[in-house]
Write a protein that binds this ligand. Structure first.
Ligand SMILES: [Zn+2]
Length: 248
């Protein structure tokens, strides 16, 4: 297969020269970043909250949790994200989300799989966070489904986009507090008949592009757990990181 695929890629590169998904500069291969961009991306790694994946400034011991998770145990068993959502990484995420830039998809999935080793292990299904049908119509594709498919190609965990639906369209979450976001998305998601038939005893992983307060993942996890899932984990491409002191 190699020669045909390589020839196809070479022709594709002539028509769509590979450019960095972060800066738009030409690079050697599709999905690559030029060297300078690597320093701009903050990849998330341990030490982090064992439950929500919030990075800690220093090591505080195996299985340590952040103050928020200690105060209110999330429905999501464990959440992880590949990179911090910052001014520098925002173009990468927004170009993918709104600009139809799909050439970096496999690279983004590779980062997610690396960060998500602990949440993907033992999972039987990947569930992309669903868009409301009217939003899907205006955006043409669900970025979470594309990420889930790309993660699936690397992990062989099946994608189940038909188990969870968004019942009502929620206003955009940008600029809202954690409490407002929770209210916004509470009850917005429901498990389908197919999901109800399949979820009992399963460990599943929700997939999304950006995790801000975790409110969307929580709103998705609750109906999945009620439908019989044993563990609902979550894996995002990026997450907003506020400085956190693990001792508070
Ligand atoms: Zn936490």
């Amino acid at each position: 297969m190699g020669a045909v695929r390589k020839a196809g890629t070479a022709v594709g590169n002539l028509i769509w020269p590979p450019v960095s998904p972060l800066t738009g500069c030409n690079v050697a291969a599709t999905g690559q970043l030029e060297a300078d961009s690597w320093a701009a991306i903050h990849f998330l790694d341990a030490p982090w909250c064992d439950t929500c994946g919030l990075p800690f400034a220093y090591w505080v011991g195996e299985g340590a949790e952040c103050g928020a998770c200690l105060a209110r145990a999330p429905a999501v068993h464990k959440a992880r994200a590949a990179l911090a959502y910052t001014d520098l990484s925002r173009p990468l995420v927004l170009d993918f989300k709104h600009g139809g830039r799909l050439d970096a998809l496999d690279q983004l999935a590779a980062w997610m799989v690396r960060a998500g080793t602990g949440v993907l292990a033992g999972a039987q299904a990947l569930i992309p966070v669903p868009l409301h049908p009217t939003r899907l119509f205006t955006r043409r594709y669900n970025q979470s489904l594309l990420l889930a498919n790309a993660v699936s190609r690397r992990t062989d965990i099946t994608v189940e986009p038909g188990w969870l639906i968004r019942k009502r369209r929620t206003p955009t979450q940008a600029g809202q507090s954690g409490k407002a976001r929770r209210r916004n998305v509470a009850g917005a998601f429901a498990v389908t008949a197919r999901g109800h038939a399949a979820l009992a005893g399963k460990t599943v992983v929700l997939i999304d592009d950006v995790m801000t307060t975790g409110a969307t993942f929580e709103a998705c996890a609750k109906p999945l757990l009620r439908a019989g899932a044993v563990f609902v984990n979550a894996l995002a491409l990026s997450r907003v990181v506020k400085p956190a002191d693990p001792t508070t």
